[in-house]
Design a binder for this molecule. Sequence first.
Ligand code: ATP
Length: 271
Amino acid sequence: YEAKRSDAMIAAVERSLTKTGKVRSGDDLVVGVDLGTAYIVLVVLDRKRKPVATEMQFAQVLKDGVVVDYIGALRIVRELKQKLEDRLGVELTRAAIAMPSGTPESECKAHRHIVESTGMDVINMLDEPTAANRVLNIQNGAVVDIGGGTTGLSIFKDGEVVYTMDEATGGTHLTLVLAGNYHKSFEDAEAFKKNSDNHREVVGVVRPVIEKMGTIVHRHIQGYDVNDIFLVGGTTCLPEFEEIVEKQTGVRTRKPKNPFLVTPLGIAISA
Ligand code: ATP
């Protein structure tokens, strides 16, 4: 795992949220489309795999990895693509997508249709842990992806996925706990949670839930020779996440500087 290299790549994606790179033609570009239960993220890379523009939007059009609002998903992907095209001044025609491991064929087709309906060819489809590992580049260890609605765990041996699981717990669960605790609406609790000024306080309240997530990870790595855990997904942006998981599992746990953008970047790299 080359922390410096992956952190530098992720930092470049972060910059491309606001700064637009210079491009000559759309033919040189590929788009990674990450349709999540909480966020839809589109990352555009140039021929040298340098991020040139990124757009994202909060959207609840998927539940447990399944598209529940097809029209809404299509509208948002179309809008984000349009924003990127306006910024870059070229048309985007090629995309890659990723799904949680073990997603049924019909669901993969729905994802593909959404992206194709916006006028892009889907040139690669892969599973999310493999996409994340295009950034992390680990040979052995577990990747734990805690997003909005799901926690995914994949164990890698010699660079290949040998075990995966997906559970329906994630950041949405933390937001609900905060909403109850502070008597806030879901939206207000979500905004409160994501504001880094509140992060210490948030962890104070949701620590038992994070510990529970750690015990789930611990249970699933039993029987595998896991010496390293890598955290990705927006929920692991919270401070102390790696310490809590490490304590519950007894396994060294690390996360990149911005775990939220790992999978979207990995999808784009794989295009
Ligand atoms: P899933 O993986 O379940 O399909 P997703 O791909 O939309 O969902 P991510 O985009 O990785 O998931 O993460 C979204 C979750 O991360 C949301 O619950 C969001 O509140 C949380 N999140 C994002 N940024 C932060 C932050 N800075 N601090 C705390 N939580 C965050």
